[in-house]
Design a protein around this ligand. Sequence first.
Ligand SMILES: Nc1ncnc2c1ncn2[C@@H]1O[C@H](COP(=O)(O)OP(=O)(O)OP(=O)(O)O)[C@@H](O)[C@H]1O
Ligand SMILES: [Mg+2]
Length: 263
Amino acid sequence: MNNATVNGQPRIVVSGAGKRYGALQVFQGVDFEVGERDVLTIIGPSGCGKTTLLRCIDGLIPLTEGGITMDGEPITAPREGVAMVFQHFGLFPWKTVFQNVAYGLKLAGASRAEIDEKVPGFINLVGLSGFEDYYPYQISGGMQQRCGVARALAVEPRVLLMDEPFGAVDAQTREILQFEMLRIWEARPTTMVFVTHAIDEAVLMGDRVMVLKGRPSSVHEVIEVDLPRPRDRSTLLHPRFAELREHVWSTLMKEAKEAEFKV
Ligand SMILES: Nc1ncnc2c1ncn2[C@@H]1O[C@H](COP(=O)(O)OP(=O)(O)OP(=O)(O)O)[C@@H](O)[C@H]1O
Ligand SMILES: [Mg+2]
């Protein structure tokens, strides 16, 4: 982990975290830390609570056990400087692509001139130039997802929470966005918690891969990704990349086999 600290604390500290919805205990006893320039990827079976955990870190919903601090302060509500890319886009249907990307900047009190200067760059970055005036219903799922990424990046957040940000895009666009995201991160390293279903993506993006498992789920394993940065397409050819991917795969498969056995 990159141990850079803020106020002597890792940027995000999750301790003894548990979340219950009524009778359903989603996860429990979850502990981890994320440093200032640290990328933690989270992988685990569908329904294990990845989105729920991100929403707790974002301050959108409370934990039922344990706590989360950011820069040493307990999280009780959404905080400035924290941006989330939602699994299901989370765009405003009544706003255009431009207005959606501008939303966070506007909220932060940016002037019209600043918005007009910054927004086109982020729209261009995710390949949506020409679609500025389209509404979400007029663009594809993958384009909506890219719009969500641009909206989060536009506020230049200190903490980026990504919930399967490239889950709905085609394989080719996904690769392009992954490398684009790596480039953006290298240019301006931030704290990132990145949820994904894709093993390759978890290894490529992360400094560590955290595997959640079980019902209720808990941290099964944290795998250090000792691949050099900056990472790019050549990283995929690294022998260590294949080893790490295999490691994560076998951890997840063991989990899947155990679940199958129980059924
Ligand atoms: N608001 C809610 N009320 C009740 N139960 C909920 C709520 N949100 C999520 N759950 C339950 O919590 C569990 C975890 O859901 P969550 O969306 O966090 O999973 P996930 O790991 O993100 O899954 P996926 O990989 O499919 O996105 C599920 O069983 C879900 O039904
Ligand atoms: Mg989810």
